[in-house]
Design a protein around this ligand. Sequence first.
Ligand code: CP
Length: 300
Amino acid sequence: MNHLISMRDLTKAEIQQFISTAAKIEKGELQPDLTGRVMGALFFEPSTRTHLSFETAMKRLGGEVISMSGTKGTSVEKGETLADTVKVINQYSDIIVIRHALEGAARYVSEQVTVPVVNAGDGANQHPTQSLLDLYSIYKTQNRLTGLTIALIGDLKYGRTVHSLVHALAHTQPKFYFISPPSLQMPRYIKDELREMKVDFEEGEHVEDVINQLDILYVTRIQRERFADPVDYERVKNAYVISRALLQNVKPNLKVLHPLPRVNEISTDVDQTKYAYYFQQAKNGVFMRQAILSILLGEI
Ligand code: CP
């Protein structure tokens, strides 16, 4: 495995290797050593979790980090192309982690450089490291990945985390419910792929109709930054708010996940319930990103 660009590129065995490696690292059974290695973190779009958990992961493995947050103060402001920027970072680092607004940017970068490239989010397309930590979180909370009933709710059109996650779970015999406003439904090309793979899914607008059947409720933020017209965002921005009251009669094993950041789609009264798992999910990101760095750098 040279790069991590899309969940579509990964085999079941590779996904399993990421999960089992993250678990061993978390339990202290595996301690890869990346001393002397440098990670180039190029975040052209805002990030808190992905950026800082990758930095934490690299430092916990003994490695070093060079970092860019936005383009201010860099030579991108002088007109340097993405290709030239990454060819230079290629000279300074052993692995490149990149987030960029353009769909396909990470794959493009992987074609320009000689070191492994990790996609930390490319526009509304894919966010595979989030999906791997989501899978790890689902596995930890349910003790299995197969045969789960999972609702994905919110912005299913622009949410790259859900696009990656349905690909990641497609091989695990899930029952999916896609809950969204009509204007933010899961893209047709993804639904066509799921139909071809005979994955069971239904679309709807009302989470109340399915909440009591669920093992996982995966909540997403309405992606304001992807809307061409702010008026369209205003129409749907408060489409869903998950509250404690909604969780009255849910299955005892239900876990509420969210890639974060949240705006107001999960009310804070859910945080203290046994169903809330989003902050532990963010913590799992460090173990998974330790696994990703170690595997791509050939230390596992
Ligand atoms: N989940 C996620 O990608 O969060 P950040 O945008 O803060 O990295």
